[in-house]
Design a protein around this ligand. Structure first.
Ligand code: 5RP
Length: 219
């Protein structure tokens, strides 16, 4: 069944395809919105020949769409990265990692010259933090990191049973109201045992494509 949310996601994904006309190798993220983007790639064979993928799940879909999946280390250059988000602010700061692929997503975002984020309008927020902030941690440091997050006022919940593509665990931190995303990202990155913080503020999206019921807004 196709929902209104799916239509909005598909609209944003289609708009991203228009921006990748000249890119032969792109980065591709993870999630249901990105799946619509990969579907759009499959419908336009040859538009993108090669991609770096942020997850095993997206790699499978990309290959099925006829796109060659490369290791980032094989590239000296990455023009464009397309990915979704769990929350996005007007400053194009993001919370990501709902699908657990945040570490590879952050690496690809850092490598890409342009980061295009595709979301439906339910993801737009004034202040980040209603969506629990995913933090990938080294398994043996899980409770150590959790205690420090609690001391900072967060309520970390272990995403039990979930192991990332990198063999790590995820803590989803509830109860944050993120007034200064850049500062919080930097602070959380200092906690020993933290692999990746799902805040994308130090390196925000460059373009936000927001699918609505009527159109696609560009921020
Ligand atoms: C995965 C992500 C996704 O981009 C985020 O969870 C959004 O997913 P969806 O497009 O399914 O709403 O960060 O780690």
């Amino acid at each position: 069944m196709t929902t209104d949310g799916d239509l909005k996601k598909r609209r944003a994904a289609q708009a991203a395809l228009e921006l990748v006309k000249d890119a032969t190798t792109i980065g591709v993220g993870t999630g249901s919105t990105v799946n619509f983007f990969i579907e759009a790639l499959a419908a336009h064979p040859g538009r993108v020949r090669r991609a770096v993928s942020s997850s095993a799940a997206s790699s499978v879909r990309l290959r099925a769409a006829g796109v060659v999946v490369l290791d980032l280390n094989e590239l000296s250059d990455l023009d464009l990265y397309v990915d979704g988000a769990d929350e996005a602010s007007a400053a194009r700061h993001l919370i990501k990692g709902g699908g657990g692929a945040l570490t590879r997503e952050k690496i690809i975002a850092a490598a890409a010259r342009r980061f295009i984020c595709i979301v439906d309008d339910s993801k737009l927020v004034h202040t980040l933090g209603k969506f629990p902030l995913p933090i990938e941690v080294i398994p043996m440091a899980r409770t150590l990191v959790a205690r420090q997050l609690m001391a900072g006022g967060g309520r970390p919940v272990w995403r039990e049973g979930f192991v990332t593509d990198n063999g790590n665990h995820i803590l989803d931190v509830h109860g944050l109201s993120i007034a200064d995303p850049v500062a919080l990202e930097r602070d959380l990155n200092q906690i020993t045992g933290v692999v990746t913080v799902g805040l994308f503020a130090v390196r925000p999206a460059d373009v936000l494509l927001v699918g609505t019921a009527q159109a696609v807004l560009t921020r």
